[in-house]
Structure formats: C-alpha cells, structure tokens
Design a protein. Sequence first.
Length: 256
Amino acid sequence: MSPSSSVDGLWCRRYRPADDAPTRLVCLPHAGGSAPYFLPVAVALSPAVDVLAMQYPGRQDRRSEPPVTDLMTLADQVTGVLLRDPDPRPLTLFGHSLGAVLGFEVARRLEAEGRGPVHLFASGRRAPSTYREENTHRLGDQAIMAEVRRLDGTAAALLSDDDVIRAALPALRADYQAAETYRCPPASVVSCPITALTGADDPKTTVDEARQWDQHTSAAFGLHVFPGGHFFLTEQAGRIIDLLQEHFRTGPAAVS
C-alpha cells in the first residue's frame, strides 16, 4: 500500500500522484473555484512533489452536497481530512483568495494537533487582520456575476452559459459568504513561514494589506508582488511555479 493511498478522494484530487516524492503541496481554491484549477501545478511539480488539490462541497462532482457558508467550518472539515491521512511527509499549503485565509485557519488547526505545515503561501488575499465591509453574497445573481467579471476570474468566460451559471451560483454565493463573514481571532499567528503573493492591481487586496500577513507568523515572512489583478496567478503561472520549485528545492527560508 502506498503511503498516500488513504487520502480522502472526495476532498483531495491527486492529478499526478507522486508516492515517492519527499514532500506534499495542498492547494486550496478561490471562491467559486474547484480542484482542477490546480491541475497545471500538479503537472509542473510532479514527480518531485505530491500535489493535492482540495475539492470543496457544492461544485462539480460534489454538486449535490450543500456548499459551506462558514469559513471556520470549512477549515475544520479540511483539517479533519488532512489529520485522517497518516502520510508523514512535510506539508506546504497554497491558497488563493478564499483559499488563503482558509489555509491560514487550517495551518492553525494542524499546528494545534502537532502536525503543522512547513510553509503557507497566501495568494490574492489581504491579511486576516485587515477588514473590509463586503456583502457580495447578499446581492442578486446578476450582481454576483458582475463581480466575477470585474475580477476577471477564470469562471468569467463561462458566465454566458445559463446552465453553467445555475450550477455555479450556489457554491459561488456560499464561498463569498464564507470569505466575507470571516473574522480573524485576535492576535492569531502560525509558527510556519508565510509567503504572501499579490497582484499589483488587485482591487480586492492592496500591497499594504498583503504585507500585513507578516503580523500572523512568528517565523519568516516574504511578499511577492506580480503584475496583474486578482487572478494574477493565471497570467503569472510560470513565475509562481518557479517560486514553488525554489521552495521545494531549497526550503522555506529561500522564498521568504
């Protein structure tokens, strides 16, 4: 039996299984996102890294399940999945937007259980300590679709398809609710290094807001600013893959 054969296939998608890799990367999607978004990451990093992409309830093959509207609940669920897996390999977390703060909360929970990650990459999201009054999840369907188009997400091109819209909106609205109602517990920190990634023109996160991630780690911190908006990581995929490869090749301190 391989060391990763017990991974929960409902939650974790391994597009390029790498049982002999010395380390793992867990990818946490953005609001409205799904596991296949990180397929290029798995392709690029395998076989040196075993890449797991999380599939949240309420989308694609999990469409019949109710989506989760509370980020803390989602963090509990993701953490439970990872804790049930006995694989001992070091774990790195990479989350974009909603996935960034989800990764932070998962890291906190894993550390409390003595199985903390070695690094957190927080992409496209302001620091947990920063706050904006946002209520997109309370808006009508057309307004939510307009917000997705404004951010130029990968789902934006699909919004002309009525069937896709109807299928995606419940999960998208739930994800927005989870992100917008999240409040960071006071003085919350993790002991692993954090690397924040942001787009220079991201309307959801300023560079200063991204820099404040340094308040949430007792270890090393680094900030990388890329050209682009909220979904800069799509346009800058090559550079981000290079950053991840450097991390796995030389260790967290090298990319901090």
